[in-house]
Design a protein around this ligand. Structure first.
Ligand code: MN
Ligand code: MN
Length: 293
């Protein structure tokens, strides 16, 4: 990896590590969820990065993709809270998450962290993604919980928040061999539910996928805003300004210009925890970019 590129990955990771630690310490019963998201995204910019995607704050059985709505007045309850944060520097991305347990199930939060630690222990050039999945599953099962089978980690590329290879969170038959210089996000999810998420109807996060002709002025204005500000990276409904936003989003979704990221939910009554770090694969090990050095 070129040294300039490496420095940008490291800078994004250092910003993320700082923001994650401070944001996690803010999370408590009665605290505004929007305030935490605003803190994460604002502090990312103050420290010299840009959000690579909206701060995801998913609670209890919601595993991922939740973020405050415009003007959201919700507060944290006695919940299993996941903060999933993305930072980029010139398109080079750090992606990491932490669970703050306000629900009284600290062992479930530990289970996903143990899965992540086990995978980081194993990762190295020449190792397959299947070996990471097996290490993650074994660690999570050791706590008596299940990995969420249909959520995976992923490769990262410049301005690409979700690329190949996918990193399974369970033992699988066949994996991909990792190479030195691969940048991957490892993100185990542990649950006391069924171990599978499904898509809810609601979505608060979107991204640009393809330029297609749209006629209505609000849709054209939104397309311009999205392309200029977010390129292909995900953005939140609450980040958008301008007229008739709901109508414009609907038009761009129907035209196939935008992709939506629905909330991903476990079974009713289940809890989900998540841990995530970004690592650069090396010969004989890895460099975790999203931890303080
Ligand atoms: Mn993430
Ligand atoms: Mn990720």
């Amino acid at each position: 990896m070129e040294s300039e590129v490496l420095e940008k990955y490291r800078k994004a990771g250092e910003i993320l590590a700082t923001v994650r630690e401070e944001a996690a310490s803010m999370v408590d019963v009665g605290v505004s969820i929007l305030e935490v998201a605003d803190f994460v995204e604002g502090t990312t910019r103050t420290l010299g990065g840009e959000p690579a995607f909206p701060c995801n704050i998913s609670r209890d059985r919601v595993a991922a993709h939740d973020t405050p709505r415009p003007g959201d007045d919700g507060v944290f309850g006695e919940e299993m809270v996941k903060l999933d944060i993305g930072v980029h520097v010139d398109g080079y991305i750090a992606d990491a998450a932490v669970t703050v347990d306000l629900s009284g199930h600290p062992d479930l939060a530990e289970a996903s962290a143990a899965g992540l630690a086990a995978a980081i222990e194993v990762v190295s050039a020449g190792v397959t993604t299947a070996e990471l999945g097996a290490a993650i599953e074994e660690a999570i099962r050791g706590y008596g919980y299940s990995p969420v089978a249909n959520l995976t980690g992923h490769g990262l590329g410049r301005y690409q928040a979700h690329g190949e290879p996918s990193i399974p969170n369970r033992a699988v038959d066949k994996g991909v061999v990792l190479s030195a210089g691969d940048v991957i996000a490892i993100e185990p999810f542990a649950t006391d539910g069924v171990g599978r998420i499904s898509e809810a109807r609601e979505a608060e996060i979107f991204s640009f996928v393809a330029k297609r002709p749209v006629r209505s002025p609000p849709a054209r204005a939104l397309l311009k805003e999205v392309q200029e500000r977010y390129s292909t990276l995900p953005f939140a409904r609450r980040w958008l300004s301008g007229d008739r936003i709901e109508y414009a989003i609907g038009q761009l979704l129907r035209a196939g210009v935008l992709h939506r990221y629905p909330l991903l939910v476990e079974a009713e009554g289940a809890l989900v925890s998540q841990a995530e770090d970004t690592v650069i694969v090396l010969e004989g090990g890895c460099e975790v970019t999203t931890r303080r050095r």
